[in-house]
Design a protein around this ligand. Structure first.
Ligand SMILES: Nc1ncnc2c1ncn2[C@@H]1O[C@H](COP(=O)(O)OP(=O)(O)O)[C@@H](O)[C@H]1O
Ligand SMILES: [Mg+2]
Length: 292
């Protein structure tokens, strides 16, 4: 018997840290929470895992026997050339598609048969599609609606002025986090493309996810916006786990802790940017030609 890489997975880490009196109501302090996440990441705690994930479309296998392990607190990218199965994989992970076979485990729980809304409730949130941002609401209103939805108050029109002010305050914090504070009163429809995606990320963060799934966050963007969104993903990821699907290898270079390369539905290579970008099979898959 031999041990293969990743065969020993620490499923659960129990750390007892007493809560201090000052934080009795809010739980652990932000610093303590960040430290716990750092320990989790270092200890190899896996937050999301797939085993033999497979999706067939009428006999065509778009995703084949894919095993992915995402460590808590990391930015993990799934990359690959067009047709590699990235979007299909993403839709399987976010439960928009049901796999033909294989399993998906989130925080030790088998979520393979869960509905999309149920995984969102567990803290695994897919970034909204642009169309889900209300075009004629301002940036601030869009984030506020997301906050109200998160707190179960979306229809509480009778709620107090004070509560609305609280929502606005939190919404401004989130807009500030994504660099949109100066645009709070601009209707979403009037925002430039890159800023719309930033707003989309702010509305996703409003749901306070533990893990965020992003589908090609920089797709269709010019160079300047690509860098801005990459920096934004890095900034918002400081206390979350991020899994992103991305076509462009260079976008993930300074961003990802771990990269899984898909080609023709299968895992072709895994590792950090250095490892996968120098793998001749990856170069070949991207160029579509053999390299000596
Ligand atoms: N609903 C579908 N029905 C049939 N084939 C599909 C469907 N969705 C994707 N495919 C096929 O699966 C393969 C992978 O597609 P996709 O996951 O979109 O790749 P990527 O996002 O990496 O470009 C492609 O060959 C595509 O044509
Ligand atoms: Mg795609």
């Amino acid at each position: 018997m031999h041990l293969t890489q990743g065969s020993c997975v620490l499923q659960e880490v129990v750390i007892y840290i007493p809560r201090t009196g000052a934080n009795k109501n809010s739980g652990y302090s932000r610093e303590t929470q960040t430290s716990i996440r750092a320990i989790m990441a270092l200890s190899g705690d896996i937050i999301l895992e797939t085993h033999g994930l497979t999706k067939e479309f009428k006999g065509f296998v778009a995703v084949k026997n894919v095993n992915i392990q995402v460590k808590r607190g990391t930015i993990h990218a799934i990359i690959g050339p067009n047709g590699a199965g990235k979007t299909t994989c993403f839709n399987l992970l976010t439960k928009f598609l049901q796999p033909t076979s294989g399993t998906i485990t989130y925080k030790g729980r088998d979520i393979t048969s869960y509905a999309a809304a149920d995984v969102a409730r567990l803290g695994l949130v897919r970034s909204f599609q642009i169309s889900a941002v209300f075009p004629h609401f301002t940036a601030l209103e869009n984030v506020r609606v997301a906050l109200q939805r998160q707190r179960g108050g979306s229809f509480d029109f009778w709620r107090s002025e004070k509560l609305l002010k609280d929502y606005d305050e939190k919404a401004r914090e989130l807009l500030n986090d994504v660099g949109l504070l100066a645009f709070e009163n601009v209707p979403a429809v009037e925002l430039a493309y890159g800023r719309k995606r930033a707003l989309e990320i702010a509305t996703t963060l409003a749901l306070d996810p533990e893990m965020i799934l992003l589908d090609e966050p920089t797709a269709g963007m010019g160079h300047e916006d690509v860098e801005r969104i990459a920096a934004l993903v890095k900034r918002v990821a400081h206390n979350k786990t991020v899994l992103m699907v991305e076509h462009n290898l260079s976008v993930v270079s300074g961003l990802s802790d771990q990269i899984t390369v898909l080609a023709r539905g299968e895992v072709l290579a895994e590792g950090d940017y250095q490892t996968v970008s120098s793998d001749p099979r990856v170069v070949e898959a991207y160029l579509g030609t053999a390299h000596a």
